[in-house]
Write a protein that binds this ligand. Structure first.
Ligand SMILES: *[C@@H]1O[C@H](CO)[C@@H](O)[C@H](O)[C@H]1NC(C)=O
Ligand SMILES: *[C@@H]1O[C@H](CO)[C@@H](O)[C@H](O)[C@H]1NC(C)=O
Ligand SMILES: *[C@@H]1O[C@H](CO)[C@@H](O)[C@H](O)[C@H]1NC(C)=O
Ligand SMILES: *[C@@H]1O[C@H](CO)[C@@H](O)[C@H](O)[C@H]1NC(C)=O
Ligand SMILES: *[C@@H]1O[C@H](CO)[C@@H](O)[C@H](O)[C@H]1NC(C)=O
Length: 478
């Protein structure tokens, strides 16, 4: 690439191209996620991000949730002010360029957990007949997602599958396929990625098979390949806390706490936020992040935008503007009560718990698979794992030159919020709920002036550019 340049010029050019502020990569240690640089615990304070719903995934038109930087800039500003540090993105096209979006979220201190699947044929495991959907073409797709997102430091993890087991019946044959997919993903990552990226499953909250599914996914079998098939984390889609009258007992949170206290992998809500009582008040949030639930690693609220299912924190208007809903205000208020010190405190006991050995007596429900002999890698698959897929689209962090969204954002009271700007977190930091409210920029010369009133309850920290040069750091080795 630089062959026509003098070495010194090439070095400068390569430095300029790669200098960027980045969040620190995250890894799993026992029950918790940890920041690999600060060694602080990482608690997921997240939102599921799926603008347009499932229909927003349009590979035939080269569109997915992370393909348009202008849209991501608008939404990253909104999500940053909400206080989240993670988004989950369900359906991505591994052939598209996601550099602008991934870089914008990274700049804002927001991690991404990416589902490797999509609802389209050939792009996920078919729960009715998993053996028909586990093939070379499917593996090419999911390895493509790994290639696409592996270079972004804010890629926190990959979901191997979502709610494939959604009742007892579907739990008979599918669990070994999920572990096989995880084995293949983790083998691919170990051969083609310079860091470990966690891989885990996102489970439906079917209480009669919950413990069994979690044990099936976390247990270890003798032999390296079988160990590789273990989940690195366990996501639970849980909608059991409904409205302001719910209690930790009535919502079943105390049961979950007792169950997952001994987990040997991180457990978090990959979706939560019951909408039976509206507007949502999110009183589960202080409990979920409080001292009683430290065995869980937080969660992702379902979901950013208002879609047919009626779970939105914001409305995305037809003209591209965004209107915050009261649910947004309520969630932001709850996030601001969180104790960041507690969130960042690891538990050294929980970090060293060893996984149970896989065996039939670990599984109590007669309907759930007790088969830990995994399907073999399908024909052609091992070749992909060993040599990598052909012509992958590999992302990289790029400069974020524009930090002011062009679209208007309206508060829940209907008034336009002024001076919207993406705030750059310090190198190695992620976004926290209190950043948005306290507005403590590190550069006193550009202290923020949070706007109240215009946005109702909503306060946006605005206009504080970091002392860019001081904050810059090289995030990849050169
Ligand atoms: C599998 O994992 C267990 C628990 O982490 C470990 O004790 C064992 O040595 C591993 N086996 C192999 C072959 O790596
Ligand atoms: C965009 O649409 C919303 C909702 O219909 C409306 O309230 C707003 O005024 C429009 N804004 C612009 C800039 O057209
Ligand atoms: C926040 O959590 C830390 C660590 O557990 C604790 O020492 C501190 O008292 C908590 N602060 C508040 C205000 O509860
Ligand atoms: C630390 O983890 C252990 C094992 O899961 C648990 O029993 C204990 O209650 C945890 N301690 C705290 C302070 O959360
Ligand atoms: C377990 O699953 C493997 C792989 O799918 C299969 O070959 C084997 O027959 C199954 N064993 C039993 C007892 O069903």
């Amino acid at each position: 690439m630089f062959s026509n340049m003098l070495p010194a010029v090439a070095l400068v050019a390569s430095l300029a191209a790669r200098v960027a502020v980045a969040v620190n990569p995250v890894e799993v240690r026992g029950q918790d996620f940890f920041d690999t640089v600060t060694n602080n615990r990482v608690m997921i304070v997240g939102v599921d991000y799926q603008p347009g719903g499932q229909a927003g995934y349009m590979p035939q038109r080269q569109i997915d949730a992370l393909s348009d930087g202008d849209v991501c800039l608008r939404d990253a500003v909104v999500l940053q002010s909400l206080g989240v540090n993670t988004i989950r993105v369900y359906n991505v096209d591994p052939t598209l360029n996601h550099d602008d979006c991934a870089s914008i979220f990274n700049y804002a201190g927001i991690y991404m957990i990416i589902d490797v699947n999509s609802p389209l044929g050939g792009e996920s495991i078919n729960r009715a007949e998993p053996w028909t959907s586990y093939h070379e073409g499917y593996l090419t797709r999911i390895f493509g997602v790994v290639e696409n997102f592996k270079n972004y430091p804010n890629t926190l993890g990959f979901f191997s599958a979502n709610e494939v087991m959604n009742d007892v019946e579907s739990s008979e044959f599918n669990p070994p396929y999920i572990r096989a997919v995880q084995r293949d993903l983790k083998n691919y990552i170990s051969k083609h990625v310079t860091r470990t990226i966690p891989v885990g499953y996102s489970a439906a909250d079917v209480r009669e098979i919950l413990e069994d599914q979690w044990n099936y996914m976390q247990c270890s079998v003798q032999g390296e390949d079988d160990n590789l098939s273990r989940s690195d984390f366990f996501g639970l889609n849980s909608y059991s806390w409904c409205g302001g009258d719910a209690t930790p007992q009535s919502a079943g949170y105390t049961t979950l706490a007792a169950l997952f206290d001994s987990s040997t992998i991180p457990v978090f809500f990959s979706e939560y936020g019951c909408n039976e009582v509206k507007p949502r008040v999110f009183e589960e949030v202080p409990y979920l992040y409080g001292p009683e639930m430290t065995m869980l690693s937080g969660g992702l609220v379902y979901e950013y935008s208002q879609e047919e299912a009626d779970y939105g924190l914001v409305d995305i208007n037809d003209n591209g503007t965004v209107s915050l809903r009261v649910d947004f205000d309520n969630l932001q208020t709850q996030y601001r009560t969180l104790n960041i010190t507690l969130l960042e405190t690891g538990n050294s006991t929980a970090a060293t718990l060893t996984p149970p050995r896989c065996s039939a007596n670990l599984i109590s429900n007669a309907g759930l698979s007790k088969n830990f002999t995994l399907p073999r890698v399908p024909p052609g698959g091992q070749q992909l794992i060993d040599n990598g897929i052909d012509n992958p689209t590999q992302g990289r962090i790029v400069d974020v030159s524009n930090t002011r969204p062009s679209q208007a954002v309206y508060g829940s009271n209907g008034q336009q919020i002024q001076n919207l700007e993406l705030r750059q977190v310090a190198n190695g930091e992620s976004n926290t709920p209190t950043d948005a409210s306290s507005g403590t920029g590190t550069n006193p010369a550009s202290s923020p002036s949070p706007t109240t009133g215009a946005a109702g309850k909503v306060e946006f920290g605005v206009g504080y550019l970091m002392a860019a040069a001081a904050m810059m750091a090289v995030w990849t080795s050169i």
